[in-house]
Design a protein around this ligand. Structure first.
Ligand SMILES: C[S@@+](CC[C@H](N)C(=O)[O-])C[C@H]1O[C@@H](n2cnc3c(N)ncnc32)[C@H](O)[C@@H]1O
Length: 286
């Protein structure tokens, strides 16, 4: 973080807090799960885009298979699939996120597995027919290198292909999102009060977003202050980096894998944060 001058306030604050600070290694653990859930609350433009895309594919296999939500987090998209009449289950490697999904939607099946590990993916995913795999908007940005993204795509084909799946639908940033990133994500620090929905606790978060042109990544430091046990103040810090993949990157990698683009659907979204960007749903056949 020290090389990014814009993040000076975070460095000072975290140094001042010192030993009482919990460092989280990614946004999908601790208070950050609540923070992400709050940011995503009521957001369903990407779920609607996926449902629209699924409607354009003939999924009438017999018996009709599942639509699997990969990197499902706490099940925002999976729930939407279920509500729209699809048989579905969600997979994510964050045990904390899977627990939240299980608690909120016990009627849906949830699997905890690392999708970059082919053996684990195969062993843990249910032996059920699959018609299509989908992801939500920011999911592929968790894969930080081209090799990781390729492994995710190959494993999806290898593992779910064995269960009959030949489609992957994923919303990614459109190529024209990059200049908007450069202009908007400049490292300003914002304060974001939010509420932990399950126990009604008020929480404060200080966050920033900086687009690193060289690494094509979005850098997101967040400091969250909560009331810990016995109402003592607890601070959690997370410094997460999302690689920003665009349409062009996905088309390039998938064409090397021999996948065909079946269609794409554009979406100009009016949302918050990084979601206020042009997105494209890419529907691949493999
Ligand atoms: C941006 S979140 C999206 C969560 C959810 N789909 C949503 O839209 O609310 C990305 C998710 O990918 C998961 N993830 C990242 N790398 C993964 C991997 N190698 N295997 C399985 N899940 C992974 C994270 O745990 C996180 O829940």
């Amino acid at each position: 973080m020290s090389k990014y001058n814009q993040f000076f306030p975070f460095k000072r604050l975290t140094q001042e807090i010192g030993k009482e600070l919990i460092i989280r290694e990614n946004l999908y653990s601790g208070a950050f799960c609540d923070y992400i859930a709050d940011l995503n609350y009521g957001v369903n433009w990407d779920s609607n885009l996926v449902i629209h895309g699924l409607g354009k594919i003939d999924l009438q296999t017999s018996p009709q298979g599942n639509v699997v939500d990969l990197c499902c987090g706490d099940g925002r998209l999976t729930k939407h699939l279920h509500e729209n009449g699809y048989n579905t289950y969600g997979i994510d490697y964050s045990k904390e996120q899977i627990q939240r999904a299980q608690m909120q939607y016990p009627h849906i099946e949830w699997v905890s597995a690392d999708l970059l590990n082919e053996e684990e993916f195969l062993k843990k995913s249910p032996d059920l027919p699959v018609s299509a795999a989908v992801t939500s908007s920011a999911s592929v940005n968790c894969f930080h290198t081209r090799e990781e993204l390729e492994t995710f795509l190959k494993n999806t084909q290898l593992v779910l292909g064995k269960r009959g799946c030949s489609y992957l639908l994923l919303p990614v940033f459109a190529d024209e999102a990059i200049p908007i990133f450069k202009e908007n994500f400049v490292g300003k620090t914002l304060c974001h009060p939010f509420n932990r929905k399950l126990d009604n606790e008020n929480i404060m978060a200080w966050l920033s977003l900086l687009y690193d042109d060289k690494r094509e990544s979005l850098i997101q430091p967040v400091l969250i202050t909560t009331n810990g046990e016995n109402s003592s103040i607890q601070h959690e810090f997370c410094y997460s980096i999302d690689r920003i993949w665009t349409e062009k990157d996905l088309l390039d990698i998938t064409s090397n894998l021999g996948w065909k683009l079946k269609f794409n659907l554009s979406s100009n979204v009016i949302g918050g944060g990084a979601d206020r960007m042009p997105f494209t749903l890419l529907a691949f056949e493999f």
